[in-house]
Structure formats: structure tokens, C-alpha cells
Ligand binder design. Structure first.
Ligand SMILES: Nc1ncnc2c1ncn2[C@@H]1O[C@H](COP(=O)(O)OP(=O)(O)OP(=O)(O)O)[C@@H](O)[C@H]1O
Ligand SMILES: [Mg+2]
Length: 291
């Protein structure tokens, strides 16, 4: 497992991890299943793409892939075909809303570590290619502390742990963070509380987890913010349209955009006016006074 994670990570680490250099890789994961990873991953990818970042979304849930269901996309071939050598990356990638590129997952794939060398190499080559050709790569992982999930998170180097306010989800999120805290180098860890009834509730849960991680795991976990519970999320899943597109002004959509902004998964638009104004400030001092 360790060898595999190292291999994945060193391959992905070959590319710069800064947004402006391209190739930032973020794995979205959770301890407990069903907390909202896929909806959050898709929301972040759409928000990033809307801001102008070239974004690829990998369905890395090797057990039960379902990004294609949420986005109503159809692909003849998927990650399973790629790993088996039956399709090339370019044959599998699908273009989704906002121009995001999607690598559709396969259900029932074996653990990465158990795939065997040739299949692992195909997966690594494909991920490496995506990292080098996009500014942002988001990997939606499966839930729980399985080898594949941990390998993907370690390889990404940056992880968003999703939880809900439910005690079971919180305990499982902490268990996940504990695993990351034992890894060297430790991935950068973010936390988001999804399906919160209020911002206050989310803040309380996030503060508790980050404080415990800091105290007992010596792990810095950054609070990425929260996504409120919103019945329009499941209504959108039924419509097979992501909620940020079906209900762009809903509370959940607004919160996803805030999480994206907090995490910096957005292109920073340097407006000409803004730059010139700052130049004036530097050389002339107060802009008003310079007129
Ligand atoms: N903010 C929210 N408000 C209301 N319902 C939500 C919210 N986020 C997710 N859900 C609902 O929770 C369910 C699970 O969401 P999702 O599939 O994104 O979770 P997941 O963590 O990816 O699940 P899995 O572990 O099975 O991959 C869905 O039915 C979705 O509609
Ligand atoms: Mg999912």
C-alpha cells in the first residue's frame, strides 16, 4: 500500500501544485458514506470551471461510481475500460456543464493496490496526463478508510473531508483525519460540514473537529466552510442536474460558491482597472488625492 501511494504521489507531484502553475489536485473524501461528497465535488468543479479554470473531475469512487448519474452524462467507456487497456484516455473523457472534463468511473473496480502492475500503470499514466493538462483536478473518492481511498488522497496531496453534523459522520471524519495525520508528508486537510441546518451548527461541528485534530493528532485542518441542508439538492439529483445549475440562487448553491472561494479553487481575475488602480496606489499614493 505504501509503495503504491508513493508511486501515485510522486507521479502527481511532478507537476506544480499551485493554481497559477496548473495541476492542483484535490481529493474529496469522507469517513461515512452518503454525506454529500459527489454533490460537493461536482459543485466545486462547476464553480471552478465557471471562473475560468480548466477543470477535470475524476470519478474515483471505484466501488460505486455515480457522477454520470448526477450530471446525466452518458459515456460508452469508463475508467474500467481504461484500466483494462480497452480504451484510451481521450476516448473516455466527456465534456460536462461549464466545459468541465469528466473521467467517468467504473463500478466494482478492485482496490488500486490489488490491480496488478500493468493496470496500475495505466491508471497512473491517465492521471498524470490529466494533472499536466488541467489547472484543477478534483477526485471524488468513495467513502471510508479503504486502501484505494487513502492512496488517492495521499497521491492528491490535498484533501477535502466532508462530514454532516451527525455524530456518526463526525466520528468517521475524525478517524479519516487520523489516518492522514500518520502519513508523511501529511496531505493538506480541509473540512466542510454539509447538510447543516444553520451556519451556527456547522461552525460548532467544524470547530470541534479542527480543535480535536489539532490537539490530539497535531494536524492542521482548515475549515472550508459549510453547505446548508437544502431539499433542492435531492430534487436536483432526481432531475439529474446539479443543484448549482438547477437552483443557482438557493442557499446550498451560495454556500458551495463560498467554499470554492475559501479554498481558492477559482481563477483570480486580474482586471485591468484593478491592476492600474493598484499601480496608481503604489506610485501616487491615495488615488482620490492624485486626481
Ligand atoms: N446540502 C444538502 N442538502 C440536502 N441533501 C443533500 C445535501 N448534500 C447531499 N444531499 C443528499 O445526500 C445524498 C448523498 O449525496 P452524495 O451522493 O453527494 O453523497 P456521497 O458522500 O457522494 O455518497 P457516497 O458515499 O454513496 O458516494 C443525496 O441523496 C443528496 O441528495
Ligand atoms: Mg459519491
Amino acid at each position: 500500500m505504501r509503495d503504491q501511494a508513493w508511486k501515485l504521489r510522486s507521479l502527481l507531484a511532478e507537476s506544480p501544485t499551485r493554481l497559477n502553475g496548473g495541476g492542483r489536485v484535490l481529493a474529496v473524501t469522507s469517513g461515512k458514506g452518503g454525506v454529500g461528497k459527489t454533490n460537493v465535488s461536482v459543485g466545486l468543479a462547476l464553480s471552478a470551471a465557471r471562473s475560468g479554470l480548466s477543470t477535470v473531475l475524476i470519478d474515483g469512487d471505484l466501488g460505486l461510481a455515480n457522477i454520470d448519474v448526477i450530471l446525466d452524462i452518458h459515456s460508452e467507456k469508463n475508467l474500467g475500460h481504461l484500466v483494462e487497456g480497452e480504451a484510451q484516455l481521450r476516448e473516455i473523457l466527456v465534456t460536462g456543464p461549464e466545459g468541465i472534463r469528466i473521467l467517468p468511473g467504473a463500478s466494482g473496480l478492485t482496490q488500486v493496490a490489488d490491480m496488478g502492475h500493468t493496470r496500475q500503470q495505466r491508471l497512473l499514466d491517465a492521471m498524470g496526463e490529466l494533472v499536466h493538462s488541467h489547472e484543477l483536478v478534483i477526485i471524488d473518492t468513495g467513502a471510508g478508510i479503504s486502501r484505494s481511498v487513502i492512496d488517492l488522497c495521499q497521491a492528491a496531496g490535498e484533501v477535502l473531508v466532508v462530514t454532516t453534523p451527525e455524530p456518526t459522520a463526525v466520528v468517521d471524519a475524525y478517524a479519516m483525519l487520523k489516518v492522514f495525520s500518520c502519513d508523511v508528508p501529511t496531505p493538506k486537510c480541509w473540512l466542510t460540514v454539509n447538510q447543516a441546518q444553520s451556519r451556527g451548527e456547522a461552525q460548532q461541528v467544524a470547530s470541534r473537529i479542527t480543535a480535536l485534530a489539532n490537539k490530539f493528532l497535531s494536524l492542521e485542518v482548515e475549515n472550508a466552510g459549510s453547505v446548508l441542508f437544502d431539499p433542492r439538492v435531492s430534487a436536483s439529483v432526481r432531475k439529474r442536474q446539479h443543484f448549482t445549475r438547477a437552483y443557482p440562487t438557493s442557499p446550498a448553491s451560495r454556500s458551495i460558491r463560498e467554499v470554492a472561494a475559501t479554498m481558492g479553487v477559482q481563477k483570480v481575475q486580474e482586471s485591468r482597472g484593478g491592476f492600474l488602480n493598484r499601480l496608481k496606489e503604489v506610485f501616487v499614493g491615495d488615488i482620490g488625492g492624485a486626481r
